[in-house]
Write a protein that binds this ligand. Structure first.
Ligand SMILES: Cc1ncc(COP(=O)(O)O)c(C=O)c1O
Length: 481
């Protein structure tokens, strides 16, 4: 039976520190010093708000931030408790030395992502025990041969497993010899740049598009041609008008990043026909094609590629975890030798984690994990969308696409999204501004809200926290105008 907590829940109304912040910091300090212990129950947000004479949203915001950082967890009707997994011993005072930093793990990374943080799979749902077992097994099996230089193109077992998975799951047929293991998508882009791009080469790039890919290509000397995106994906006709002689198009056909739309079949065919006619290449960034909630995942663009012009890039960042820094690139057969030579220069990956991923895939854990994550994301996404709609009404429009790992929210009014993000960050939240993904496009304000790390039980608190943070900067509902 959880013990009722002594109250650290007092606030100083004369202070310039917002009430939400005071409550958050005092509760966190109470947990860190052991005054509140793992399993202790916290007062309900409603009763604490009444006790303090504060708005319910103030307490919700403090609880959401604490939950987002892993200090407390919501248990539905059973209330909110100090996270049992914090263990029996109080945190050392060092955890308090940097009061605005989230809790840290042994490796120095954030213990739990802040609510809405983009780019992360559900870290709480990763099968860490199983992973640890496979790591230990690989370590025990390490033979003398495993100590020498690895194959720069990647671990053979992993390349086999990737080729088998792509054939079954994404409709992509390739040999293991066409698969190059890379340091994530970033590594794949740098390999493509080294192999195919002359300095100043023109590259079609979605606008808005994935900002880290944009930076990597610009750093590699490419000249980006921004191309608009509409409900059918990248506007291929516009791209052909603007830069018919470009040598490469970089696209996210399954779920456009960040708008979430799928590239329509006519556009897919037009893109492939252009590349074939102009001896150009296409990079398909299939970073989250597995996470599609309405119907089956769309087949990859590569599965339509009769002329062999598509380089297919996959990443383990979203389907396993980004700390791995592993991804892969499948190149057309006729480019395999050139890529081998280029990879020989840059092959910088260690063998060990590749072997663990290979085992994870070959033993069927990967397919099971993906299936579980699809179900989890479907329900987390629905819970967050419902909670946001209840909290904001029509002051926050939601673009609900058929897949992806985030919601795109359209705040009512003219406050720039960067300003809204700054306010949210002050409340311990981590949405991203849509405008940061634009090159020339004028998209209006938008917030990218990842749902992957917001358990259903915390969706309402997260939505209330966001409302508390940005509500005053949104246009009022129509009946107040
Ligand atoms: C659009 C897009 N592509 C690819 C990736 C994967 O990048 P990496 O493998 O470098 O982590 C991400 C990750 O956030 C992404 O958002």
């Amino acid at each position: 039976m959880p013990r009722a907590a002594d109250t650290p829940f007092v606030v100083d109304r004369g202070s310039s520190v917002p009430l939400f912040r005071q409550l958050y910091e005092r509760t966190r300090a109470a947990i860190a010093t052991g005054r509140l212990r793992p399993g202790d129950r916290l007062p309900s947000a409603r009763s604490l708000a009444a006790q303090l004479g504060a708005a319910r949203g103030t307490v919700d915001a403090a609880y959401a931030t604490l939950a987002g950082e892993g200090w407390i967890i919501g248990r539905g009707a059973a209330g909110t408790v100090v996270a049992p997994q914090l263990g029996g011993s109080p945190r050392p005072p060092a955890a308090l030395a940097a009061p605005r930093q989230p809790a840290r793990s042994a490796l120095g990374a954030e213990a739990a992502p802040r609510p809405f943080r983009m780019g992360l799979p559900a870290l709480d749902a990763f099968p860490r025990k199983l992973w640890a077992r496979l790591v230990a097994r690989e370590a025990r099996a390490l033979a003398i041969g495993g100590l020498s230089h690895p194959d720069p193109a990647g671990d053979r077992g992993l390349r086999d497993a990737i080729a088998a998975y792509l054939a079954i799951s994404r409709g992509v047929s390739c040999t293991p010899g066409q698969v190059f293991v890379t340091g994530g998508y970033q590594g794949a882009l740098s390999l493509v740049a080294r192999t195919l791009l002359a300095p100043g080469a023109e590259v079609w790039f979605e606008d808005p598009g994935y900002h880290l890919a944009r930076r990597a290509l610009v750093a590699a000397g490419a000249r980006l041609v921004p191309v608009s995106v509409d409900d059918d994906g990248i506007c291929v006709e516009e791209a052909i008008r603007r830069a018919p002689q470009a040598c490469l198009a970089v696209v996210t056909p399954s779920h456009q990043s960040p708008l979430g739309v799928a590239l329509s079949l006519p556009r897919r065919l037009a893109l492939l026909a252009w590349a074939e006619a102009h001896s150009a290449w296409v990079i398909e960034d299939d970073y989250d094609g597995e996470f599609h909630y309405a119907g089956r995942p769309l087949p990859a663009l590569k599965s339509l590629d009769r002329a062999d012009v598509v380089l297919y890039a996959g990443s383990f960042s979203k389907v396993l975890f980004p700390g791995l820094r592993l991804g892969y690139l499948v190149v057309p057969e006729r480019l395999a030798e050139r890529f081998s030579a280029a990879h020989l220069l840059g092959g910088e990956l260690g063998r060990f984690e590749q072997a663990v991923v290979a085992r994870f895939m070959a033993d069927g854990h990967f397919a099971r994990h993906l299936k579980r994550m699809r179900g989890l994301y479907r329900s987390r996404r629905a819970a967050l969308a419902t909670a946001l709609a209840a909290a904001f009404g029509d002051r926050l429009g939601l673009d609900r696409q058929a897949g992806g790992m985030h919601l795109l929210a359209r705040p009512a009014g003219n406050t720039p999204d960067t300003e809204l993000v700054r306010l949210a960050e002050r409340h311990g939240l981590a949405p991203a501004p849509l405008s940061a993904h634009a090159i020339e496009a004028d998209l209006g304000p938008g917030l990218l809200l990842s749902f992957t790390n917001i358990p259903e039980a915390q969706a309402e608190a997260a939505a209330q926290a966001l409302l508390g943070a940005i509500g005053r900067r949104l246009a009022p509902p129509p009946r107040w105008r």
